[in-house]
Design a binder for this molecule. Structure first.
Ligand SMILES: Cc1ncc(COP(=O)(O)O)c(C=O)c1O
Length: 463
């Protein structure tokens, strides 16, 4: 402290670091150890988009052409003044962002998921993370005790955000192969309410669950909606992977927002279908909410005020650049986002097949010893040991890196605290394997991934 007195802020706490961040921090040293032994690093841990589908150069060219198109077609240009998009891109704008961006997005998203999406109900966010933050901060603001209902396991970023507020507790719900267990969902809501807590929403990732490695069945989605209607609770639907889907077109389950937009707060992000860097996201809801004095107001209005005092407004240039993705090479509006996702889907679906095939070839003979989830969307599968003597803790995953160069993420940290109290073994027989990232392209990518999953299976068989 150099003899200087520190500022006293005894009400602040140091929050635990998430498992993915811990792994990222430990990786350089583990890599060094692995390299010292002449081992190749096998990436089955990182949840990042693949560099093969996130080369920004094509996007930048398209964006430039789109901006030229906007300049040519803008009526202001004809008058010799700065085109509207350019002026707005570098100015203070509305918290809602440019109207045209929301109109274009609502048109394609509504068409893809078959519901009439209203542009005025879209609020730009800093990725899906910004949407999570906005919802949490809105409900935390009055200072009452809160219960967030979520799955066990759930997204690490949500746990981290939820834990920031002293007055919040997570009430988690175990899942089976179709989604959260309905009886437990009901029990958790009732228990939170009987403990005097406000239950504003149930947070989930129904498509390509991170880290669950599966998608909820259509039946379970309807059952969840039924519960949420009965208890008057919102569904906070985090949807980064809806377009990274491996299901046949007619078998894609509909997201909650399409099933009941008045019960759902839907978080779209451009991070997986486009690029994470520009931090483009949208929150969408048609929900109304009863506030003080029994007044009923659109939730969107409250969130908009929250957002305006938080980020004030999203980077307008990034939003216009996102708008360019909603147009084809002739600058005609695209009817759907599926063509935008296509290139990504091809790569991730190839990667997924390599991982599924590798696991089945290497370990499929031992269903009594191991199992894994079959992802219908997203980046992950959960691998399970049936032998309770194997404990997939930090020591175990560090050993996989240092002995075999294999990077995977342990699951236990994705289980909220209450889930680990219910079952102290929660997640300690599971690993999250990701198939989204490698350092190589094309045939090298395919070969590296096949090598990685083979190395993983070999290491597991040696345990
Ligand atoms: C479930 C989930 N939510 C949110 C995010 C963060 O997304 P964004 O980049 O849009 O903030 C991720 C990223 O991996 C995720 O898996």
């Amino acid at each position: 402290m150099d003899g200087k007195k520190a500022l006293i802020a005894s009400s602040l706490r140091k929050e635990p670091v998430s498992v993915t961040r811990k792994m990222a921090a430990a990786l350089p040293e583990l890599r060094r150890l692995a390299a010292g032994k002449g081992l190749k690093i096998h990436h089955l841990g990182a949840g990042y988009p693949h560099p093969e589908v996130t080369d920004p150069r094509g996007f930048l060219e398209h964006k430039t052409l789109y901006f030229e198109h906007l300049t040519k077609t803008a009526s202001d240009t004809k008058l010799g003044i700065i085109p509207e998009y350019l002026r707005e891109s570098y100015a203070y704008t509305d918290t809602l962002g440019p109207v045209s961006v929301r109109k274009n997005f609502a048109r394609v998203y509504g068409a893809d998921w078959e519901f009439p999406m209203k542009p005025e109900n879209l609020i730009p966010t800093i990725g899906a993370s910004g949407g999570i933050n906005l919802m949490c901060s809105l409900f935390e603001r009055p200072g009452v005790e809160i219960a967030y209902i979520t799955d066990a396991p759930t997204y690490a970023g949500f746990i981290t955000r939820a834990q920031l507020a002293n007055q919040t507790n997570i009430y988690s719900v175990d899942m089976d192969s179709e989604g959260p267990i309905i009886e437990q969902l009901i029990c958790q809501i009732e228990s939170a309410r009987s403990n005097g807590r406000l239950v504003p929403f149930y947070y989930t990732i129904p498509d390509g669950h991170n880290p669950g490695g599966f998608s909820f069945s259509a039946k379970r989605r309807n059952e969840i909606i039924e519960v949420m209607r009965n208890y008057d609770i919102l569904i906070l639907e985090d949807a980064p992977y809806v377009y990274i889907s491996y299901a046949e077109e007619n078998e894609r389950p509909r997201p909650f927002v399409a099933l009941d937009p008045s019960r759902t707060v839907h978080l779209f992000t451009g991070s997986k279908i486009g690029f994470p860097g520009p931090r483009v996201g949208f929150l969408y809801t048609e929900a109304n909410i009863e506030i003080s004095d029994e007044e009923i107001v659109p939730l969107r209005d409250l969130l908009l005020t929250e957002s305006s005092s938080d980020i004030l407004f999203h980077n307008p240039e990034a939003l216009y650049a996102f708008e360019s993705m909603l147009h084809d090479e002739n600058m005609e509006p695209l009817p759907s986002l599926w063509p935008v996702a296509r290139e990504k889907q091809i790569i991730y679906s190839e990667n997924r097949n390599i991982i599924m095939q590798g696991l089945s070839d290497g370990l499929g003979k031992f269903p009594e010893r191991y199992s894994w989830t079959i992802p219908q969307a997203g980046f992950f599968t959960v691998f399970r040991f049936h032998d309770s003597k194997i404990v997939t803790d930090d020591v175990f995953v560090n050993w996989l890196v240092s002995e075999y160069g294999i990077v995977v993420i342990p699951m236990f940290d994705f289980y909220p605290e209450d889930a680990r109290l219910r079952n102290p073994q929660a997640g300690l027989s599971e690993l999250r394997l990701s198939f989204c990232f490698s350092e190589s392209f094309g045939d090298d990518r395919r070969r590296d991934l096949a090598d990685s999953i083979k190395a993983f299976c070999d290491a597991i068989l040696r345990i």
